[in-house]
Design a protein around this ligand. Structure first.
Ligand code: ATP
Ligand code: MG
Length: 384
C-alpha cells in the first residue's frame, strides 16, 4: 500500500499507449516536467514520435510489444480507449496502468458504456443496443427520430447515421458497419458542455469548470471556458462528472461530454478516459493544463489548480483547409491578438483529419471565442 502512494518523480519514464496529438501534447508536458517518454502507436509517423525517446510501432493487438513498452516504463497511461483488453492486461502485468484496464474496457464500447451508465443510474437520453437490422428498425419505431451509432471504433462523428423513420433502420444499421450499434433518440439540445475530472493514484480528485462546446456534423468546431453556465448547472455538471469518475475508479483523466436540453435537463452524452479535445484551452486558461494534470495524476503527484485564470477558447483546424497539400495562412491567424497556433506535426492532411487547433485568451469568454473565430476565418480568407 505504501508503495502505491509513493509518487513517481521526474526522471522516471512514462509509457504512452497512443502517439496521436493527445499523446504528443501530454508527452510535451511530461518532458517539461523532466520525465522521459516512450510511446507505442501503429503509425510510424505518429505525432508523438519527435517527443519520445523511443517509439514502438505495433498494432493495438500486439500485446507482446505493449509488454515491452511497459517493462521500460515506470508507469503507463493511454491517449486512446480503443485498445484490446488483452493488450491492456499485458501492460498491467508489468507496470501500473492508469486508467485501469477494466474501466477502459467499459468505456471503449459505446453499447457497454451506455449500458453501464444506465445501470449505475446516471442520466442518459433514451437508448437501445441493437445487434441486427430488425432490432435497429424496432428501436427507431420505439424512439422516433434517432442517431444510429456503431458500438466500436466511431469517433469525430464517424460511424453515425441520423434517421427519422423506422424505414431507414436497415440501411442505417448496415451503414454504420452492420455490427453491434446503439440507437439514440435524437435530442433537442440547448447547449453542449463537457467536464474534465482528474483523479490521482492516491485518490485525490480535481474537477475543471465546464467547457462549452460547439459541434458541426458531429465534429468539435470550438470550445470555450468558462462556459457561461449558471452556478447551479455548473455545480451539477461537475458533481455528475466527479461521481462517474469515482464510480469507474478512474486514475488519470475522465472527460464527460454532456447535453443540456431545452428544458435545462442535464444528460451524459459520452465518456473519454484521457485528455479531451474540448479541454485544449486548459493550456492557456488554467494554471494546470489537462496534459500536465494527467502526468501528475498517473504519477501520484499532488493535482494542480483547475480554476480558470483567464478566459480561453480553441478552434479546431481540420485537414479540409489544406489545398493540394498547401497549408492555410497561419501567419494571418497569428496576427489576431491573443491567438496561438498549435499543430500536431501530421505529415499528411486529409479532409476531416484534426491537424491542429487555434487557441486564444481574452478578457471574457466571448472575446476569446471571437478571437479564435476571427483567426480561423483568416486561415483561408477566400473560403469564408
Ligand atoms: P467525438 O469523438 O468527437 O466525441 P463521437 O463520434 O463519439 O464524437 P458523439 O459524441 O456520440 O460522437 O456525437 C457527436 C455529436 O453529435 C455530439 O457532440 C452532438 O453534437 C451530436 N449528437 C450526438 N448524439 C446526439 C443525440 N442523441 N441527439 C442530438 N445530437 C446528438
Ligand atoms: Mg463525442
Amino acid at each position: 500500500m505504501s508503495d502505491a502512494l509513493a509518487p513517481i518523480l521526474p526522471g522516471a519514464t512514462i509509457g504512452f499507449l497512443g502517439g496521436g496529438q493527445l499523446g504528443r501534447m501530454t508527452a510535451m508536458a511530461a518532458r517539461s516536467m523532466g520525465y522521459d517518454v516512450i510511446v507505442l502507436d501503429p503509425d510510424p509517423d505518429c505525432s508523438a514520435r519527435p517527443v519520445a525517446s523511443r517509439t514502438f510501432t505495433a498494432k493495438w493487438s500486439d500485446a507482446a510489444a505493449a509488454a515491452e513498452l511497459a517493462k521500460l516504463a515506470d508507469v503507463v497511461t493511454l491517449e486512446i480507449e480503443q485498445i484490446p483488453l488483452a493488450t491492456l492486461h499485458a501492460v498491467a502485468q508489468h507496470r501500473p496502468l492508469h486508467p485501469r484496464a477494466d474501466a477502459v474496457h467499459i468505456v471503449q464500447d459505446r453499447a457497454r458504456q451506455k449500458e453501464w451508465l444506465v445501470r449505475e443510474g446516471f442520466p442518459l437520453g433514451a437508448v437501445r443496443t441493437v445487434d441486427t437490422a430488425e432490432e435497429c428498425t424496432a428501436a427507431i419505431a420505439l424512439l422516433g427520430p434517432s442517431i444510429v451509432k456503431s458500438a466500436h471504433g466511431g469517433y469525430d462523428g464517424r460511424g453515425q447515421v441520423r434517421v427519422t423513420t423506422a424505414a431507414e433502420g436497415a440501411a442505417a444499421f448496415h451503414g454504420v458497419g452492420g455490427g453491434r450499434a446503439v440507437v439514440e433518440q435524437f435530442l433537442s439540445i440547448r447547449e453542449e458542455l463537457s467536464v474534465l475530472v482528474a483523479r490521482s493514484a492516491n485518490g485525490e480528485v480535481a474537477v475543471y469548470p465546464p467547457s462549452r462546446n460547439h459541434h458541426t456534423d458531429g465534429v468539435l468546431t470550438w470550445a470555450v471556458i468558462p462556459a457561461g453556465a449558471t452556478e447551479t448547472l455548473s455545480r451539477d455538471a461537475m458533481a455528475l462528472a466527479r461521481a462517474i469518475t469515482e464510480r469507474l475508479d478512474i486514475v488519470g483523466l475522465l472527460a464527460v461530454e454532456l447535453f443540456v436540453l431545452d428544458d435545462g435537463t442535464l444528460l451524459v452524452n459520452e465518456l473519454a478516459p484521457r485528455p479531451h479535445n474540448t479541454y485544449h484551452h486548459s493550456e492557456r486558461s488554467c494554471a494546470t493544463s489537462q496534459f500536465e494534470q494527467l502526468v501528475r495524476a498517473v504519477c501520484g503527484l499532488p493535482l494542480g489548480d483547475t480554476a480558470v485564470a483567464v478566459p480561453g477558447a480553441i478552434h479546431n483546424v481540420l485537414g479540409d483547409l489544406w489545398v493540394d497539400g498547401a497549408p492555410p495562412d497561419f501567419a494571418a491567424a497569428m496576427r489576431v491578438r491573443g491567438v496561438r497556433v498549435h499543430l500536431y506535426g501530421k505529415p499528411e492532411s486529409r479532409p476531416g483529419r484534426k491537424m491542429g487547433h487555434l487557441s486564444a485568451v481574452g478578457a471574457t469568454a466571448d472575446e476569446a471565442l471571437a478571437r479564435v473565430r476571427e483567426a480561423y476565418a483568416l486561415l483561408r480568407p477566400s473560403a469564408s
